[in-house]
Design a protein around this ligand. Structure first.
Ligand code: GRG
Length: 259
């Protein structure tokens, strides 16, 4: 668990929890357990995604993947344990937050990582390998596999900081576009990125016949689509009468990132 958690990673989803809370006057220390829980869930998904039965990758965050370092049995269990620990963390440590908000956050994260989120997206992703899929299926895979956890991260920070329902709707619009853009840039980086900078092996999507935006639309159009989504995410923020500069910067980062 420590090997995979502390080998690096951008902490993008954890940062989203904290920065989203700050927009509504929340304090970082009050949402850190949730930010860490999101990172645990994300790391769990990476460990399982890298397993021989799924993507069979050797390199993650610049080090050996969990199963290469410790064996498949321990990697499966490390992922399982991170998932349980995530919810234990949320349920025990947030004394500053009201119980209703904590329950809502648990629901958001369980939904985002389960059958209506990461697992559902991953199933369709696996079943689509080597096939031709339409745009709707491609979007479904990306939104579920990657977008839902990003959306839940943004919403959870805001929920703990007592954002209103209208504010949450605006953030959902922001995060939906952000999540889709994030996975499109991930697909693009798999083609144009450098293994040493990415910390994971470039070119693996094509080798595996994965359905990706560049595979369906080409590289240039995919980059344009990512930019459009980042701009839509930033536009959504303008509907909030709050300081959202950091959330806007994070959207720019998604388009500009090289890892
Ligand atoms: C673990 C709930 C659960 C389900 C298992 C394996 C799986 C089903 C789902 C995989 C989901 C997955 C790995 C989606 C890819 C998302 C993605 C773009 C990962 C890379 O995220 P970065 O770039 O990585 O934020 P770092 O290392 O920076 O954190």
């Amino acid at each position: 668990m420590k090997h995979s958690l502390f080998s690096g990673g951008k902490r993008f989803r954890a940062v989203l929890v904290v920065e989203s809370a700050k927009v509504f006057g929340g304090r970082a220390e009050d949402v850190l357990p949730t930010a860490c829980a999101v990172e645990y869930i994300h790391t769990y998904s990476l460990i399982h995604d890298d397993l021989p039965a799924i993507d069979n990758d050797d390199l993650r965050r610049g080090v050996s993947t969990c199963h290469v370092a410790f064996g498949e049995d321990i990697a499966i269990l490390a992922g399982d344990a991170l998932y349980s620990e995530a919810f234990r963390l949320i349920s025990t440590l947030q004394k500053a937050n009201d119980p209703q908000s904590i329950i809502q956050v648990i629901r958001e994260l369980a939904t985002a990582s389960g059958v209506s989120g990461m697992v559902g997206g991953q199933v369709v992703d696996i079943q689509s390998e080597g096939k031709t899929v339409d745009e709707e299926t491609l979007r479904f895979i990306h939104e579920k596999k990657t977008g839902e956890l990003i959306k839940a991260s943004v919403r959870s920070g805001a929920i703990l900081a007592c954002a209103s329902n209208r504010e949450l709707e605006v953030l959902t619009d922001y995060a939906t576009n952000l999540g889709l853009a994030f996975q499109i840039t991930d697909d693009v980086l798999d083609i144009v990125g450098d293994t040493a900078i990415l910390g994971k092996t470039a070119g693996s999507d094509a080798r595996r016949g994965k359905v990706t935006y560049p595979a369906v639309f080409g590289l240039k159009k995919s980059e344009e689509m990512a930019k459009i989504m980042v701009d839509r995410a930033k536009d959504a923020l303008k509907r909030l009468n709050r300081n959202t500069d950091t959330l806007a910067d994070l959207a720019d980062f998604v388009y500009e990132r090289r890892f």
